[in-house]
Design a protein around this ligand. Structure first.
Ligand SMILES: [Zn+2]
Length: 238
């Protein structure tokens, strides 16, 4: 019976629509995008921390070079002061003053070096933590991407199988029924062109079918439409 086949065609079309909708929705639901964003955020954070660490290490190296320079200058001053070459009291006083200033600077720089060394150590530790976090995030992203790809593969296979079935079924249905169906599908939201008659009620709009109208349903060749929603009515035995 053509109407039964047409009903089966609609069932297949609805199943195809559902799978297509899933294919559209599955990427957003997979969480891949969120995890990828998290991954990028971590990468940016690490890059920033690395650059700061690099700067601090450079500053530390400069301070260490400065302390070496102070050490050398003091040594030279010391040699000049006690080498017997300089005898002017005024000059010796000036040299002593310079010596004291260098000693003060040395003390300041050594304090700065300690602070900076602690900061560098802390940053190295933080960076290690962030890198471990990044690795964990990378694994999670990979897991989610794999799951999504598998899901999409499965849905694609489901869709292909349904489309093959639909093509086979459509061949068995007369063109006039197919044309009518296509026309009605356009008109009804959700692609429900056909409605089952369930206890004298239209399964599409739930409105009662008049007895006069109902009589036509027993004529296998007739196409009977719901007076309320216009759907093609199908009376199925089961
Ligand atoms: Zn109806």
């Amino acid at each position: 019976m053509q109407l039964k086949l047409l009903w089966d065609l609609q069932e297949l079309d609805l199943a195809i629509s559902a799978v297509k909708q899933q294919i559209e929705e599955v990427p957003a639901l997979s969480g891949v995008e969120e995890t990828a964003e998290q991954f990028e955020e971590l990468q940016r954070d690490i890059t920033e921390k690395e650059s700061r660490l690099k700067n601090d290490r450079k500053a530390l190296k400069n301070l260490e070079m400065r302390t070496q320079k102070i050490f050398d200058d003091r040594k030279e001053l010391n040699e000049n002061m006690y080498g017997g070459k300089v005898t002017s009291v005024k000059e010796l006083e000036q040299m002593q003053r310079k010596m004291d200033l260098l000693a003060e600077e040395k003390k300041r720089i050594e304090d700065d070096i300690l602070i900076l060394m602690e900061a560098v150590e802390e940053q190295e530790h933080l960076l290690e933590e962030k890198e471990a976090e990044l690795e964990k995030c990378r694994q999670e992203l990979q897991k989610k991407e794999t799951a999504l790809a598998e899901n999409l593969d499965r849905l694609d296979r489901d869709l292909s199988a349904l489309e093959v079935k639909r093509a086979e079924l459509a061949e068995k249905i007369e063109t006039k029924y197919i044309n009518k169906y296509n026309m009605l599908v356009e008109k009804h939201q959700g692609g429900q062109a056909l409605a089952r008659v369930e206890e004298d009620i239209c399964g599409g709009c739930r409105v009662f079918i008049s007895s006069a109208h109902r009589g036509h349903l027993y004529n296998p060749g007739a196409m009977v439409y719901c007076e309320n929603c216009g759907r093609l009515l199908v009376k199925l035995d089961n």
